[in-house]
Design a protein around this ligand. Structure first.
Ligand code: CA
Length: 226
């Protein structure tokens, strides 16, 4: 389980980080809006702990962008702004929980356990890009209304691209997101190439109007066919 802590207050961030590591979670942190945005663009998390007032922007904007991209990560808002308006705004934008500051760290740990147990339910949300439709919950993909069979890694790669259409995707970041920790080993790039090759062929065969383009020396871009 991988957790992202977005919190600008150093002592609180470190306290939460320690508590989450004690729970056995892998933890990453971001201390401001821009670094949070960068992390979210490159990686997926099982749970995001999100402060609202951040240097450089609002946590609510990050949440809005995440949901607009069809991302279903669990989000718990941790914020001193305990006004009813923020709570409502956060939940309307699709936060899974809201914990006003100050809170006891054991309370936060309990909330994280609870959202992770619940999983990403709450109705399936399909992601549509071009004529491709993908349901992350049932792991079903249709192209032009017809079902397409993908093996697990092909599905994971397509999901990653569907969440980032028309964005340049770094192949190292892609490999890490899909294969996990061992992706730095050069061997794994052969798997990335092989899976992308297969996925391209399946998209082509199903007459998808999106394609995976190579961006020389960098990675890929999932783009509308010209
Ligand atoms: Ca703050």
């Amino acid at each position: 389980m991988k957790i992202l802590i977005i919190e600008d207050e150093p002592s609180l961030r470190e306290l939460i980080e320690r508590a989450m590591r004690n729970e056995g979670y892998r933890v990453e942190t971001a201390a401001d809006f821009i670094s949070a945005e960068t992390k979210l663009a490159g990686y997926s998390y099982d749970c995001i702990l999100l402060d609202i007032m951040l240097p450089g922007g609002s946590g609510l904007q990050l949440l809005e962008a995440l949901r607009a991209a069809g991302r279903r990560e669990n989000v718990i808002i941790i914020s001193a702004r305990d006004a009813v308006d923020d709570r409502v705004a956060g939940l309307e934008l699709g936060a899974d929980d809201y914990l006003p500051k100050p809170f006891h760290i054991s309370e936060l740990v309990a909330r994280v356990r609870s959202v992770l147990r619940r999983g990403r339910t709450g109705g399936s949300l399909t992601i549509d890009v071009g004529n491709i439709s993908l349901d992350p919950t049932s792991r079903r993909v249709t192209i032009g209304g017809r079902s397409v069979d993908l093996v697990k890694k092909e599905f994971d790669i397509l999901l990653y691209f569907m969440q980032r259409p028309e964005h340049i995707v770094d192949k190292v970041v892609l490999a890490e997101a899909v294969w996990g920790d061992y992706a730095d080993e050069s061997d794994n790039f052969h798997f990335v190439y092989a899976q992308i090759k297969n996925l391209r062929r399946k998209l082509e065969d199903a007459e998808a109007d999106m394609e995976i383009r190579s961006v020389y020396g960098f990675g890929y871009k999932f783009s509308m066919k010209e």
